[in-house]
Each structure stands twice: as C-alpha cells, then as structure tokens.
Design a protein around this ligand. Structure first.
Ligand code: ADP
Ligand code: MG
Length: 231
C-alpha cells in the first residue's frame, strides 16, 4: 500500500543517513584514538598542535551530531508570530564577531516587514549556517550582506557574499547531507537550512557567479497582512 511504501521509503532514508553519520563520526574518532595510542606508547606530553587537532576533531563530531538532530526533527515546535528582522538582530552580533575575527565585514540592510509565524531557534540556525558559509567562501576577505525586504506575498531574506562562487557540480549537490568541499566541513549546514525552510513553507534558492553567491529565502506571508510593520 501507499502508506507501507512511504514507511519503507522513510526507513531507507533513515538507514542511509545512519550510515553517513556512522562514517562521519568514525573519522574523527579514529584520529583521536590514533593520537591517544601514540601518546600512550611514548609516555610523553604530547605537543600542543596534536592536542589542538584532537579538540578540533571532537568538535567536528559534535557538530555533526547536533546538525543531524536539527535535520531529523520533522516539525517546528516553537512557532510564534514575530518580525524576521528581530530574529536577525538577535543573531547578528555572533555573525559580526565571527566576521571580525576573520578580518571580514558584515552589512545589514533590514527593511520594514510584517510579522511571520517563525520558529526563532530554527530561523537563527538557518541564518547562521548561510552566514558562516558566506564568510568561509570569502578566503581573501570581503563583505557579507544580510538583507530583508517585502516582495509580493513574501518576506525575502538574502545572504550574499563576495566569494568566488560555486561551479555547476557543487551547485547541483547543494543540500545533499554530508556533501562538503571543506576539510573540516560537516556537509550538513545547507541540508539543515533546506529542511528548516520547508518546515516554514519557504523557498530557499541560490544564485552564484564569479563575484559571489547569494542565498534567498522567501517566506510566505500567509493570511491577511499584519498591521504590525517592524524595521
Ligand atoms: P559545510 O559548510 O560543512 O561544507 P554546507 O552544507 O554548509 O556544509 O555546505 C556544503 C558545500 O556547499 C560547502 O562545502 C561549499 O562547497 C558549498 N557552499 C555553501 N555555501 C557556499 C557559498 N556561500 N559560497 C561557495 N560555496 C558554498
Ligand atoms: Mg556550512
């Protein structure tokens, strides 16, 4: 029956994801175990860079698990009518700090928009994931721009960078869990973004070129327009 097929389909997806997770977590564990064994056999204080690598690898395993959990959640649990601009303002200092640390800048252009039914934690996560990707894409420095505006029956959020863009092969794989071109990447950031967008009935699209990449999220303003306009 259709229902049974849907269930098997889901099991299949879960199986695939589990295999991916197992693989991704095993890599950092193997690295850390190797270092620990080496330290045990030498009975010496390990050099600082070895310890740094171990911490980094454990951090990576940790992000894989938390991003995977975000992905596995099927429903937004905490939706409230609120202005998107306020959610952005809440996460902006963190993005600003990351940018400053890396010698890059951030431009916020938040235009007045009506309130939307949003899960604040999820939308923060989505913006953060897009912003971090944008910052990481600008190896030679540059400006990350985050903007909002109203367009038709949608509130539009754009996160743009001045990186070198993506080739068609990378573009075609965006959102595939565990797809990454980065040495320390989890390949889960965009998959999480797409699943959060879907849970908000929103569309996440991307345009990319040699001058950079822009991700656009279109959140529908369902129902009557709200009289509350927030800058
Ligand atoms: P991760 O950042 O851990 O690699 P993501 O799912 O966030 O995983 O991104 C997947 C891949 O998509 C990245 O490794 C990168 O190749 C590409 N990508 C995502 N955002 C951008 C961007 N703004 N500019 C260039 N490439 C990007
Ligand atoms: Mg990422």
């Amino acid at each position: 029956t259709e229902r049974e097929l849907a269930r098997l389909d889901r099991l299949h997806v879960i199986g695939e994801m589990a295999a991916g997770i197992a693989h991704e977590i095993r890599n950092p564990m193997t690295t850390v175990r190797g270092f620990l064994q080496l330290m045990g056999s030498r009975q010496a204080v390990p050099p600082k860079d070895m310890l740094d690598v171990m911490v980094e690898e454990l951090n990576r395993a940790n992000s894989i698990i938390s991003e995977f959990l975000a992905l596995a959640r099927s429903k937004s649990t905490d939706r409230k009518r609120q202005p998107l601009n306020r959610v952005i303002a809440a996460i902006a200092p963190l993005i600003q700090a990351e940018a400053t640390l890396a010698g890059k800048s951030v431009l916020l252009e938040l235009r007045p928009c009506p309130e939307l039914e949003l899960d604040e934690k999820e939308i923060r996560q989505l913006i953060l994931n897009l912003a971090l990707n944008g910052l990481e894409a600008m190896e030679a420095g540059g400006q990350l721009s985050i903007s909002t505006c109203c367009e038709g029956d949608c509130v539009m959020l754009e996160v743009g960078d001045q990186g070198s863009g993506m080739n068609p092969e990378v573009l075609g794989k965006l959102g595939t869990p565990f797809f990454t071109t980065k040495e320390q990447g989890t390949g889960l950031g965009l998959a999480v973004c797409f699943s959060i967008a879907a849970r908000h009935q929103a569309k996440l699209t991307c345009r990319t070129g040699r001058e950079g990449t822009v991700f656009t999220l279109r959140l529908p303003m369902n129902g009557a327009p709200s009289p509350d306009i927030h800058a």
